[in-house]
Design a protein around this ligand. Structure first.
Ligand code: PLP
Length: 443
């Protein structure tokens, strides 16, 4: 590789990182294979987070590497504006074959993007364009939810509900939010299913309709399971209710499946897990196993077809990216789908979910553990914040785990785990025991 042995840390402005703190005590990964990273000193780090919720088939997959390198030498780049290439049509067709909710759900039209954030902005724009196309041009308002994370585009931060991502930046006009569904007083340490309480929180959409008028609202977007804000599970019946209310008022429902897509819950998509069919689904991450950046929006045929009107020479949607349908990303995605199919990875989390749940709930009773939430191969272990130092305990646990050879993710004082879907039971047990030890040390 064309790299100096000891690069300076000065020039890379790191995302979502306390740059000065990090550069004083860096954590540098240099290699990855299977379930493990190797750090620059040669230490093994067990990957408890599939990178950033994306490396679902594990690291260093030769099939993907071969496909990508073949594609690089066949055709490295080609535009998809007014042009095409067979790889992108092939990938879209194969994605449609496993689309959220199966064929019957009709989410078979695929718009490619370069990331989850771009998928979110794309879905919001498609929703607004759709409403206009069906004669509902006053519907430009989009509704999100508190504690939602939808990436960092201006659309995504507007519908998102994380104050740190919003307080410095202006947001889209007209956006409003439903309350989040997290209710630790009534739903702590839920096991074997979804929280009992909170389906009525979906009625917030009714309240927003009453406040703003349905004729102003284009779409509502939620993560079926909120990931980045601490693994928040939907209460029983909540998503069904949101679907019913949105349909009643002509509001499109968008599921942001950037995390839940591609097997994380034990079904190909959260749509399949919950049996609730939205109008648009945003994805990224596991789409290419995280190997090449790419996102995709699955749109319903109804939404797509409503825009396929007017003169045939007219561009139906003025939207797209230089890297929409990038051939190298398609090559990575096609190989990833093959691995998912050959190894049954899109449903493997379902086989491991009980073991996972037991291992994670074994941390119940450790100092400062105030909630544990699991679904599929995801877990959120919430720790009590230190007095006047929210997030400090969680961060200490994260650093301690890393130093001992386990990669976890921290959001506030919640430790999130989401290992590659190839994880073995013993590795799950190791994760639980290493995390437990770190939690004890952080008491
Ligand atoms: N939406 C959700 C639900 C996410 O979890 C993320 C990233 O974690 C995004 C959108 C943004 O994706 P990206 O970082 O690829 O832009």
């Amino acid at each position: 590789m064309l790299m100096s042995n000891t690069p300076s840390l000065e020039n890379f402005w790191m995302p979502f990182t306390a740059n000065r703190q990090f550069k004083a005590a860096p954590r540098l990964l240099a290699g990855a294979k299977g379930m493990y990273y190797t750090d620059v000193d040669g230490g093994q780090v067990l990957d408890g987070t599939a990178g950033l919720w994306c490396v679902n088939a594990g690291h260093g997959r030769e099939k993907i590497a071969d496909s990508v390198s073949r594609q690089l030498m066949t055709m490295d780049y080609a535009p998809t504006f007014q042009m095409g290439h067979p790889y992108v049509f092939d990938f879209a067709e194969k994605l449609a074959a496993i689309a959220p909710g199966g064929k019957a759900a009709g989410l078979t039209k695929v718009f490619f993007t370069g990331s989850g954030s771009e998928s979110v902005d794309t879905a919001l724009k498609i929703a607004i364009a759709y409403q206009r196309a069906i004669g509902q041009g006053t519907r430009t308002r989009v509704i999100g939810r508190e504690r939602g994370y939808h990436g960092v585009g201006f659309g995504g931060i507007s519908v998102g509900g994380l104050v740190n991502n919003r307080r410095v930046f202006p947001t889209l006009p007209g956006v409003d939010h439903m309350r989040h569904t997290h209710d630790p007083a009534r739903n702590a340490f839920v096991k074997n299913g979804l929280p009992e309480h909170g389906a009525d929180l979906a009625d917030d959409l009714e309240r927003l309709v009453a406040l703003h008028g349905a004729e102003t609202i284009a779409a509502v977007i939620v993560e079926p399971v909120a990931g980045s804000t601490g693994v928040l599970l939907p209460p029983k019946g909540y998503l069904e209710r949101l679907r019913a209310i949105s349909k009643k008022h002509g509001i499109l429902l968008i599921f942001d499946e950037v995390i839940t897509g591609f097997g994380r819950l034990g079904t190909p998509f959260a749509v399949d897990y919950f049996g609730v069919v939205p109008d648009l689904v945003t994805t990224a991450k596991g789409l290419t196993n995280g190997v090449v950046p790419m996102g995709a929006v699955f749109a319903s045929e109804a939404v797509h077809d409503a825009l396929m009107v007017g003169p045939e020479s007219q561009i139906e949607l003025f939207h797209g990216y230089t890297y929409s349908g990038h051939p190298v990303a398609c090559a990575a995605g096609l190989a990833t789908l093959e691995i998912y199919r050959e190894e049954g990875l899109l449903t493997r989390a379902a086989e491991l979910a009980d073991h996972w749940q037991e291992a994670m709930h074994s941390l119940n009773g450790l100092p400062n553990v105030i909630d544990i939430r699991t679904i599929g191969l995801v877990a959120g272990i919430e720790l009590a914040p230190r007095a006047d130092a929210a997030g400090a305990r969680g961060y200490d646990v994260f650093v301690d785990c890393f130093n001992k050879g386990l990669l976890v993710r921290v959001t506030g004082d919640t430790i999130a785990l989401s290992p590659p879907l190839i994880v073995e039971k013993e590795q799950i047990d190791t994760m639980a025991s290493m995390l437990g030890d770190a939690i004890k040390r952080a008491a």
